[in-house]
Design a binder for this molecule. Structure first.
Ligand code: HEM
Length: 503
């Protein structure tokens, strides 16, 4: 670091301290802020609570400070909401006030400062993007058009596992094959494209760039520059990598998928079934959105749809391996309802209540997005009798809502039966504010309509065709969690033995 930079930083720190003290005094008079640990100048609570604000650490803080609490992370205000009533207030009653998203220096790069849909503020742009995306992605018609494709992809996974003798003896890292399946499920909808194998060079490139994008965005490594703007010069290297990954990734979407699709539709004319991107390109042609918005829609689907669903499948399988009695009960339901060997399809879901309960229980205990995607209030607001300063980051701890022993019977147990017994009325669509795996309200997950059948087809087919076991010498899979800024997945992608069943 050169001397000039040190001087600038020190001067900046001095100005920031003076300002922080001034602002906090002024605010102290005006605002009744939610409780929380006592902040120190500049750093706020950052040094006390650290970087890893995962659902479990935030649960511990909620037990100390209550159902709404405030953390000052440097210059950022972070509000944590931990009760069903306050979740209703944020997501439903005051859904407009709290319906924006926070971004940060890294998300600003990946979303072109909110030119996308998932991370943009609540307003005209978001409304337009969500409307344009609904018909091609989020309707029952889409499910009915693509469910055969999802069933084929699941059948291909079963076939590959049956053909691999290692899978039934030593086991394989099932996630790798399921990842290809999820890419195919979503790329069929988006571009009417699929990848033949895990080694397909385009798939390898795509997977690597998407992986980098997720790692860079979900990491805690850039917190310091985000919380304390004066430290941002030290993030230059990190942000440069983010920019490179973003450019390479968008270029890949453009060159290999969008341009290809444009060429194809210009030669084919406009008859035949349209894939999602044709609808999106129509909207571009009509001048409703621009070329960048199209690219950011592709970016959003790549991050919002593929890994979230894959993590949930992976968690579901891990829980079934670790609870063989539940796995047997599920297999027996499928055999009885379908007949041995008759493969599960999307329209069978209502006839398979235990399968649905297994999926709900997986999404309860192992929520892929346990803090929802962070919300934000553009203006000063009120919540639970407290003042919430404008532009606070609002984390709804949905995991705690669904795992609080005051509201659930032995929540730490993986017990699908709860959704057939005492919680039989609870659905994943947010009809109960204790259970919000997809959020609820304006910014809730529109992908739920696709995610649930994909989960049902995939988990159903794996369980009906294989006995799923831990690898030899191990009696349980390691289910240690790995959390990010707001995501949760299994730390170790386990080897799983898939012993084929004979019908
Ligand atoms: C098991 C799989 C999935 C889970 C657990 C999940 C969960 C969530 C959650 C918790 C949110 C944020 C809600 C909030 O902030 O209030 C969200 C937002 C979103 N999800 Fe999903 N999701 C899944 C699959 C999908 C799929 C398959 C798609 C697309 C095909 C998708 C597209 C989106 C989009 C576009 C948003 C942003 C909505 C907005 O900001 O208006 N998700 N999802």
């Amino acid at each position: 670091m050169d001397l000039l930079l040190v001087e600038k930083v020190l001067l900046g720190l001095f100005v920031a301290v003076t300002l922080a003290i001034g602002v906090s005094k002024a605010r102290g008079k005006r605002f009744k802020l939610p409780p929380g640990p006592f902040p120190v100048p500049i750093f706020g609570n950052w040094l006390q609570v650290g970087d890893d604000l995962n659902h479990r650490n935030l649960t511990a803080l909620a037990r100390r400070f209550g159902e709404v609490l405030l953390l000052r992370m440097g210059q950022r205000n972070l509000v944590v909401v931990s009760s069903p009533d306050l979740a209703r207030d944020v997501l439903h009653t005051q859904g407009v006030e709290f319906g924006s998203r926070t971004r940060n220096v890294v998300f600003d790069i990946f979303t072109g400062k909110g030119q996308d849909m998932v991370f943009t503020v609540y307003g005209d742009h978001w409304r337009k993007m969500r409307r344009i995306m609904t018909v091609p992605f989020f309707t029952n018609k889409v499910v009915q058009q693509y469910r055969y494709g999802w069933e084929d992809e699941a059948a291909a996974v079963v076939e590959d596992l049956r053909a691999n003798p290692k899978a039934g003896v030593e086991g394989v890292v099932l996630r790798r094959r399921l990842q290809l399946m999820m890419y195919n499920n979503m790329y069929r909808i988006m571009f009417d494209r699929r990848f033949e194998s895990e080694e397909d060079p385009l798939f390898v490139k795509l997977r690597a760039l998407n992986g980098e994008r997720s790692r860079l965005a979900q990491s805690f490594d850039y917190n310091y520059g985000d919380f304390i703007p004066i430290l941002r010069p030290f993030l230059r290297g990190y942000l440069k990598i983010c920019k490179e990954v973003k450019e390479r990734r968008l270029q890949l979407f453009k060159d290999y998928f969008l341009e290809e699709r444009k060429k194809l539709s210009s030669t084919k004319g406009s008859d035949g079934l349209k894939c999602a991107i044709d609808h999106i390109l129509d909207a571009e042609q009509k001048g409703e959105i621009n070329e960048d918005n199209v690219l950011y829609i592709v970016e959003n689907i790549n991050v919002a749809a593929i890994e979230t669903t894959l993590w949930s499948i992976e968690w579901g399988i891990a829980e079934l391996v670790n609870h063989p009695e539940i796995q047997r009960k599920l297999r027996s339901e499928i055999d009885t309802v379908m007949g041995p060997g008759v493969q599960v399809t999307e329209p069978d879901m209502p006839r398979l209540p235990y399968l649905q309960a297994v999926i709900k229980e997986t999404l309860r205990l192992r929520m892929a997005i346990p803090l929802l995607v962070p919300h934000m209030n553009l203006h000063d607001a009120k919540l639970g009798g407290y003042d919430i300063p404008a532009e606070s980051k609002i984390l709804v701890n949905a995991w705690y809502l669904a795992n609080n022993s005051n509201n659930w019977n032995k929540p730490e147990e993986f017990r699908p039966e709860r959704f057939l017994e005492e919680e039989a009325k609870v659905e994943a669509n947010g009809n109960d504010f204790r259970y919000l795996p997809f959020g609820v309200g304006r910014r809730s997950c529109p992908g739920i309509i696709l995610a649930l059948p994909i989960l049902g087809i995939t988990i159903g087919r794996l369980v009906q065709n294989f006995e799923l076991l831990p690898p030899p010498g191990q009696d349980k899979l390691d289910t240690t969690e790995k959390g990010g800024q707001f995501s949760l997945h299994i730390l170790k992608h386990s080897t799983i033995v898939a012993k084929p069943r004979v019908f």
